[in-house]
Design a protein around this ligand. Structure first.
Ligand code: PLP
Length: 360
């Protein structure tokens, strides 16, 4: 065989190398139980082997007397959608491509303000860190944050607050300052750079010092525009107390939303810290209405949906124009709700997705 023949053979068969054996075994098990569950190329490959399928299947399952092998399937490198209840992301409407199965049972979600759920997880698993937003749609109830802090202290768990979005929106720094709960680590982004790309991590020395024992690098580490922007943003925010301005504006927005909804006989739920306000309409047609709001606002040259992230540059006139437009839209929505108009004939394109949600 010439060396080019070798190369061709290698190219065609290298995926069969030992490192992939478990992956291929799993695919084979799927092929045996339902050939149509595999992409055509894999189906053809297994068909070409002409193996005795029954024998292969038995072999995969292991001997019937072996309890740990019974029903056990080899590990799959990447988890496919619907094969198990793992999913690679939380965004509806996207095709999950999968996550490594090894990550199963390494992260456990808990519901905000549900301390029992959290305690239960901690009781049953060896938890190293709790990572959460301080508050997003709901305020902490019954000293939720303080209780989490004391659980972390007792169990030696690192408490990490994701302040990427909440930081600098209600205090000069993290939202945790408002609730007087100190995390072990917190990180910031967004408002910190006022549009420039910057993120920052703060933390207790004994925890942050672990970074000294690892290698970290980045091609653009020395790129300064984000850092310069953040330093200037900090200066400006402190000077004008921007978090107070946007909180005041946000409170006004929430009040006005409720007023407009009420005058149009629409039931809405308003959520979020004032500077990051969101609303939803209580209706089965909500996603259509959400689409309709964006569609109609765009016609008025306003890019918005059901959320308003306030900026100091949202002036009185802009907000009033927005409320006028929203009032017109709510008027139509109330007609959709009382069935005097049909929402479907008012949507120009496809309906929006519901946004982040748990898929498992
Ligand atoms: C709470 C929170 N954390 C993290 C992120 C992701 O931030 P980045 O785009 O900097 O990775 C977001 C983005 O919206 C966020 O809202």
């Amino acid at each position: 065989m010439s060396s080019s023949d070798n190369n061709i053979t290698y190219k065609k068969t290298s995926f069969l190398a030992g490192v992939n054996s478990e992956f291929i075994n799993e695919f084979y098990a799927d092929y045996i139980s339902d050939p149509n569950s595999l992409p055509e190329s894999w189906r053809k490959f297994f068909e070409g082997l002409s193996d005795d399928e029954k024998l292969v299947y038995e072999n995969l399952k292991g001997p019937s007397w072996s309890p740990e092998k019974k029903n056990k399937r080899p590990k799959l490198l990447f988890q496919e959608k619907n094969k198990n209840n793992l999913s690679s992301h939380l965004m509806g409407g996207l095709e999950a491509k999968g996550v490594p199965k090894n990550l199963k049972n390494t992260a456990f979600p808990f519901t905000y303000n549900n301390l029992d759920e959290l305690n239960n997880i901690i009781k049953n698993h060896d938890i190293g860190a709790i990572k959460m937003e301080v508050s997003r749609n709901f305020k902490p109830k019954n000293n939720f944050l303080k209780k989490i802090r004391s659980i972390c202290d007792r169990k030696n768990i690192v408490l990490i607050f994701d302040e990427c979005t909440s930081g600098f929106r209600q205090t000069f720094g993290g939202l945790h300052k408002l609730y007087n709960v100190e995390p072990d680590i917190a990180w910031f982004g967004k408002a910190l750079g006022n549009g420039y790309s910057i993120s920052a991590i703060i933390g207790k020395r004994e925890i942050m010092d672990h970074a000294q024992d690892t290698f970290m690098s980045s091609t653009f580490w020395t790129e300064r525009s984000g850092s310069v922007a953040a330093l200037e943003t900090l200066k400006q925010m402190e000077k004008i107390k921007s978090w107070e301005i946007i909180t005041k504006k946000g409170k006004k927005v929430q009040k006005k939303w409720n007023e407009i909804a009420k005058s149009n006989h629409i039931k809405i739920n308003v959520l979020g810290i004032p500077a990051l306000s969101t609303f939803s309409i209580e209706s089965e047609e909500w996603l259509k209405y959400k689409t309709f709001i964006s569609q109609e606002m765009l016609k008025k040259k306003m890019l918005c949906g059901n959320a308003l992230f306030l900026s100091v540059k949202h002036d009185e006139k802009t907000l009033n124009d927005y409320f006028d437009n929203l009032n017109d839209i709510f008027k139509k929505i109330s007609k959709f709700e009382n069935k005097s108009l049909d929402i479907d004939s008012f949507i120009d394109g496809s309906i929006c997705q519901s946004g982040f949600q748990r898929l498992n």
